[in-house]
Design a protein around this ligand. Structure first.
Ligand SMILES: Nc1ncnc2c1ncn2[C@@H]1O[C@H](COP(=O)(O)OP(=O)(O)OP(=O)(O)O)[C@@H](O)[C@H]1O
Length: 588
């Protein structure tokens, strides 16, 4: 576990931790020596009287004082090293977050990262002061006592030494067994925590449909699984939990019986017997203390494993020799993509391989012009946008911008080249202006005015008493869906990237604002490469090319009239949509 701790901390905090461990070993040995000095002290006291015991008493007091001083140092250093561990781990987690692909941050993963950075880091930072000290003492004090036993009576030393592997074996067995059960319970607790979070976040929907706790099956199942895991731990874990303390007591009984037998046959003097019984008692107490640490050690080990798992996630490869794109035309060349395996994607907690979302698609977006991407729900349209912005890397094939593989473009350049408006609007708890300015923090007032005008944001601002200074609330809850969406569009337009992707950007807009955005799209398409993922008819109708994505492939491609005439999926889609929106089927 200590090796694991060093690994998680990296080089930066390992020096202070090594010094602290050395101090702890020193304290444990001093404690062992102090206990061992009781043997000559008691032996002299009983055999030669109090007058001769003074030197041993002074040595015992000196050792105890030394132990107290080193122990105090360990305590204060333990807290100092703990704070350092917290800083190092938070920095390492933050650095790791920067290294990971954007697509890694699903809701569950973000919650897991939050838990790691708070609960897990706190528990690991408490390790030096509350766990390492007693753990080291439960190993090095007994070792010192066994060595001392050899000095006083080699037979006692041999017996204690022979018992050590037995105790170690029982310890390893019980720890492994309880740890396995612990892990199952931890997973169940995390699942419950995620479901409670989901339940809280979905309250508006659940209440609208009259669903109570009992009606929310996922939460119910998670709570039941947690209760089952608790029961399993209690029932199956008890033998593991008590076995070590029991084995330690057995060792004590055996040593005691042998010492008494040797005293009876006259090979062990009575004063030495008394002193060795005290020593063996101290030794067994020290060893037994490690059994009390069992739960803490298991939790610490699980914490370290979880931190390690995230810190060891494969970083998103970045180009060592970035290339500069010539132009901004986009090309997907035989691109296939499958989302990585996630434990969360299975119902039984085992990782499952998700199916391929894209299967060798090729497409081209010209430097200027409007491309519409349509297809059934779940066809992979948003995935295309994510691959274009390199939130994930393709499983096979290449995405190019300006003739350069996106994997070879410097991240800052790629970020400056592509702006995306997602279906889900991400707002910070700040003013409208600051939320829009994220797109370009140094943008001039004129650029903000222009972005506001194109997105219809100027109308939102005019309607609100505090205008641009209006606070949007946590995740934008103080605004309507349409207002939020217009902030998100204004932000992307302010960024003024040459490639703009709008993923269902008009979904929350009323017809009036949709019309404003449509004329903005037409205007922007003159100078930018626009990819619009849309179900709305008018946007699709105006596109220079329409791509139909279904079954992981581009099944049709052409202008609106070409595709309507072709009588394929698009034609069906169009007919269905016009019926739904009360339009008459008419080619452009
Ligand atoms: N982060 C993810 N991890 C695993 N699978 C995902 C992830 N995101 C999407 N998927 C899956 O990939 C498939 C394509 O999803 P995508 O969001 O790209 O479709 P879409 O065509 O944009 O759908 P919609 O029109 O409903 O927005 C779906 O089956 C979806 O469940």
């Amino acid at each position: 576990m200590i090796r694991h701790l060093f690994h998680v901390l990296g080089r930066e905090a390992s020096g202070p931790l090594k010094r602290l461990l050395a101090l702890m070993v020193g304290a444990a040995v001093l404690q062992g020596v102090a206990f061992a000095l009781l043997v000559p002290l008691l032996r002299t006291l009983f055999s030669r009287g109090p007058g001769h015991a003074w030197p041993w008493l002074v040595a015992f007091a000196g050792c105890s004082l030394g132990y107290a001083v080193v122990q105090a140092l360990c305590l204060s250093q333990g807290f100092t090293v703990g704070s350092r561990i917290s800083r190092v781990l938070h920095r390492r987690l933050a650095d790791k977050a920067l290294d990971l692909p954007v697509g890694w941050f699903t809701g569950t993963r973000a919650a897991e990262l939050g838990r790691l950075a708070s609960q897990n880091v706190i528990q690991v930072m408490n390790m030096p002061a509350h766990l390492l000290r007693p753990m080291i003492s439960s190993v090095f004090t007994p070792v010192t006592l066994v060595l001392a036993a050899f000095l006083f009576d080699w037979r006692v030393g041999v017996v204690l030494l022979l018992c050590a592997p037995v105790l170690l074996g029982v310890h390893v067995w019980s720890t492994r067994m309880v740890r396995r059960l612990d892990r199952g319970r931890d997973t169940a607790i995390d699942e419950s925590a995620d479901r409670v979070l989901e339940f809280a976040q979905n309250q508006p929907v659940l209440r609208a449909f009259g669903r109570t706790v009992d009606g929310h099956a996922d939460l119910e199942n998670a709570l039941r699984a947690e209760s089952d895991a608790d029961r399993t731990l209690i029932v199956r874990g008890v033998p593991g939990l008590v076995s070590f303390a029991f084995a330690a007591r057995m060792v004590f009984a055996l040593a005691l019986a042998l010492q008494v037998a040797w005293a009876l046959d006259g090979t062990l003097a009575a004063p030495t017997l008394i002193a060795l019984v005290v020593l063996t008692g101290r030794l067994v107490d020290s060893v037994s203390a490690s059994a009390d640490l069992g739960a803490g050690l298991r939790i610490a080990r699980n914490n370290l494993e979880r931190l390690d798992a995230v810190l060891e996630e494969t970083p998103f490869p970045q180009p060592t020799d970035p290339k500069v794109p010539t132009g901004t035309a986009v090309e997907f060349d035989q691109v296939s993509f499958t989302y990585p395996k996630t434990v969360a994607s299975s119902t039984n907690g085992a990782a499952v391989a998700p199916p391929a979302v894209l299967d060798g698609i090729s497409l081209r977006l010209p430097e200027r012009g409007l491309t519409a991407l349509v297809g059934p729900s779940g066809a992979g349209k948003t995935t295309v946008a994510r691959l274009l912005a390199r939130f994930w890397d393709t499983t096979a094939g290449t995405v190019r911008i300006g003739g350069v593989d996106v994997r070879d473009i410097a991240p800052e350049r790629l970020a400056a080249t592509v702006a995306i408006v997602f279906q889900d609007v991400y707002l910070f708890d700040d003013t409208i202006e600051e939320n829009v300015r994220i797109g370009a923090p140094d943008a001039s007032a004129e650029r903000i005015r222009r972005a506001a005008e194109l997105s219809g944001m100027d109308r939102v601002v005019a309607e609100l008493p505090d205008g641009w200074a209006t606070r949007v609330g946590e995740r934008g809850t103080a605004l309507s869906g349409g207002q939020r969406q217009r902030i998100s569009i204004a932000r992307a337009l302010l960024k003024d990237a040459p490639i703009l992707v709008l993923d269902e950007a008009t979904a929350a807009l009323d017809p009036e604002n949709e019309a404003i955005l449509e004329s903005a799209i037409a205007e922007l398409a003159v100078e930018k490469s626009l990819l619009v993922i849309a179900h709305r008819l008018r946007t699709v109708l105006a596109a220079d090319q329409i791509l139909v994505l279904e079954g992981g492939r581009i099944s049709e491609q052409g202008t609106h009239s070409e595709l309507v005439d072709a009588g394929g999926t698009y034609s069906d889609f169009w007919r269905e949509r016009t019926r739904a929106e009360g339009w008459r089927l008419a080619a452009r």
